[in-house]
Ligand binder design. Sequence first.
Ligand SMILES: [Fe+2]
Ligand SMILES: [Fe+2]
Length: 227
Amino acid sequence: MRAGPVGVDAVPMCGDAVPTRMNADQRHTLFLRWLAPDGAGLDAIDALRVEHHVMTAVLAAMEAEAERMLGGASLRPDFWRNVIDCNGNFVHRCHRTKEESLLVPALVANGILAERQVQAVHREHVAGGELTQSLCEGIGEADWEKVLRLVAIYAHLMRPHMQREEEGLFALAATLPMPVRERLRADCVAVEQQVLGADGRARFAAMARGLAEQAGVAHALTLTPGA
Ligand SMILES: [Fe+2]
Ligand SMILES: [Fe+2]
């Protein structure tokens, strides 16, 4: 799973002209840098972009598994427990904390983000956390219909949420002064170490890959350049 950085010069760093939507090769290159033992000095915003890539793969796996259940397959508790682990710990305890407790305050302090936008991000994060809690309950109750409904609502919330962040918060972060961005990177690394531990990236990337493979959507976590 771990691999060294390849072709890093081909990927623009945050602060250069970062495209709001990356192609598969750019995502793959950033993904490998993100997985390198020291994170290859990845900028905080680029790390958040890679996390969205992992989250998107998990969403695709959730939807494919829901589709499988809709076709009569049984609810697989181990699969859904890993979904809850990813969405609860990787997404809501770690990724969300970086955005809401570090990135957003940095944008506000530098006069880049308005209070209205801050509240919008917060509301969507709260909704995502509540849906994850409800999904956890649905899985515990083995209520597959509830799980299906919650997966649809969660995906409907999270995909546009991530797109808005990439085109809004992440793009705006490119205008932060360099010392602020360097501090943001260090603070995000510290949060990640505290919440996920030193092997968090490798562990959750492997979990996302496992979910995608089990649900038959391995392509969602692109690991092959040009794919
Ligand atoms: Fe977010
Ligand atoms: Fe995000």
